[in-house]
Design a protein. Structure first.
Length: 234
């Protein structure tokens, strides 16, 4: 007699039917995957939260870097503009201001078609040779009509910011300041304000003084560029 038959006989002798007992045991319910779906949703949510946190940190670093660049560029720009004003004070209102002086970045006309930043697509524009590369051959390939020279490069400061400037007398033509943008100003020995650009000495009186535009370009240590434009008169 086989062992299984022996067990069945023993169970029956004791009033226990193995087949009936097996039928009475409840089968486990079929898994429907609800827990798996919830787990996947939670995993996706955690992944998105982690990505958002990383992007937030990156954005914060970019904002901090931009603020630092703006502050450094502003300081270097002020230095370049002050250098231009000091040079301009020596020729403003005299015969030397009536003609171009490219070596010092000075031009006796406003040059209305001048593209300071190089972002215009107008082929009739003029460009400023900020980087000393002949405007990157823009004139020879027809993308510009002239390459204008700015003043000499002001060496980089301790933070790595360097500056160059270009000065324009706001007049339509060189020569005598006819039809120039000007103001009737009282010329005195001193003047008050945020900054004093008045040359030492001078005769009191009223005269028409031309406006000058100083454009300073600052290049940062990351090869980023910023521009500052200042309008002054003496």
């Amino acid at each position: 007699m086989r062992l299984l038959d022996l067990c069945r006989n023993i169970d029956r002798s004791n009033g226990f039917d193995l087949a009936t007992a097996r039928a009475d045991v409840p089968l486990p319910e079929r898994q429907k995957g609800v827990v798996l779906i919830i787990t996947l949703i939670a995993l996706v949510a955690m992944t998105l939260a982690a990505i958002a946190l990383i992007r937030s940190v990156d954005t914060g670093n970019v904002v901090a870097g931009n603020m630092a660049f703006k502050q450094g560029a502003a300081l270097a720009g002020d230095s370049g503009t002050e250098t231009a004003i000091t040079w301009l004070a020596g020729i403003a209102g005299v015969a030397a201001s009536q003609n171009d002086d490219p070596a010092n970045g000075y031009y006796a006309t406003s040059q209305e078609t001048l593209d300071m930043t190089g972002n215009s697509g107008d082929p009739s524009r003029s460009l400023v040779d900020w980087d000393g590369n002949n405007c990157n051959n823009a004139v020879t390939n027809g993308a510009a009509t002239a390459c204008i020279q700015p003043a000499a490069l002001i060496p980089a400061n301790a933070a790595g910011y360097e500056a160059r400037y270009i000065i324009h007398r706001l007049c339509p033509n060189a020569g005598l300041p006819n039809n120039c943008a000007s103001t009737s100003a009282t010329i005195a020995g001193t003047s008050s304000g945020a900054k004093d650009y008045t040359s030492k000495g001078g005769l009191a009186g009223t005269a028409e003084t031309e406006y000058y535009r100083i454009t300073t370009r600052i290049r940062g240590p990351r090869n980023t560029a910023s521009y500052i434009e200042t309008i002054i008169h003496f």
